[in-house]
Design a protein around this ligand. Structure first.
Ligand code: AMP
Ligand code: MG
Length: 279
């Protein structure tokens, strides 16, 4: 059910969940400081309670208020609003959002509707608006397929199309936990050294995730004739989940996907394709 941003604000303030657009994927949002509201996200998605949610905030000041700030975050701040999530030591975010971990993951999304709702409601917990383990929604129609009847604000197709880059600042060296459109190259240039890969038990880090129903078979970059080809890199990321859903809906099995060149956002595309293939 399509709703306007003002109605989403009312519903969120009343403790309900609604789907909202962001530049990465559509999110299933709840008031991030309302435990009962956040619990409804876990129930709707079928997401295990120990898998933490990203807290979306309106600006960096708000993020700094909820976590122990780290000066290295200042080197990344001009990437906000944007598809970059920072993991910091928690200050006062409810445990349910954090999956019980002592840390909190936050970002400022770069989407006018998301920002409008955030400034009216305050921080929002908002994982992707799909059932646990499935393909993230990048168009408003996908949300209706995942959750028929769920109120959703139509923000058009998502500009980025893959989930945010996640960087942990918990340790001595920054750590890339999930590749996204803010590239490893960009992070290296700003932070100096960056470790790659993470240990936190979390959905985006499960070997099998982002998976359609049909099997996914991967072919090397440059292989012609794939169902899901890898054209220009940014374009590939934007269309990736829509292409997977499209072929899945047609009953294509296996879905043959061409890996991207492993640079820039290509790392994120390949990460998601490998998890889809493992599903
Ligand atoms: P998503 O599935 O897009 O909502 O993103 C959730 C991802 O954010 C998880 O897979 C983790 O990698 C990361 N994350 C969220 N919250 C935390 C946290 N408190 N500590 C560490 N990582 C987190
Ligand atoms: Mg997700």
């Amino acid at each position: 059910m399509r709703i306007l941003p003002a109605e989403a604000v009312d519903r969120l303030l009343a403790g309900s969940i609604v789907a909202i657009p962001t530049e990465t994927v559509y999110g299933l949002a709840a008031d991030g400081l309302n435990e009962a509201a956040v619990r409804a996200i876990f129930v709707a998605k079928g997401r295990p309670a120990d898998h933490p949610l990203i807290l979306h905030v309106a600006d960096a000041e708000r993020a700094a208020a909820h976590a122990r700030w780290d000066e290295r975050a200042d080197l990344l701040l001009d990437l906000w609003p944007g598809p970059l999530t920072l993991v910091l030591w928690n200050r006062d975010v409810p445990a349910i959002v954090r999956g019980g971990h002592p840390t909190v993951a936050m970002r400022v999304p770069d989407h006018p509707i998301a920002l409008e709702i955030l400034s009216a409601v305050g921080p929002l917990a908002a994982p992707s608006a799909n059932r646990f383990g499935g393909v993230s929604p990048t168009r408003v129609e996908h949300v209706g397929i995942e959750f028929p009847g769920l109120p959703v604000v139509d923000g058009g197709p998502c500009r980025v199309g893959v989930e945010s880059t996640i960087v942990s600042l918990l340790e001595g060296r920054p750590r890339l936990l999930r590749p996204g459109s803010v590239s490893l190259e960009e992070l290296m240039a700003r932070l100096g050294g960056v470790e790659v890969g993470g240990t936190i038990a979390a959905p985006g880090n499960l070997e099998a995730h982002y998976a359609p129903r049909g099997r996914v078979v991967l072919v090397p970059h440059g292989t012609p004739g794939a169902h899901v080809p890898a054209p220009e890199r940014t374009e590939h990321a934007r269309r990736l989940y829509d292409d997977l859903r499209h072929h899945d809906a047609l009953g294509v099995d296996p879905i043959v996907c061409e890996l991207a060149a492993p640079v820039g956002i290509g790392l994120a595309v390949n990460d998601r394709l490998m998890r889809a293939a493992a599903g």
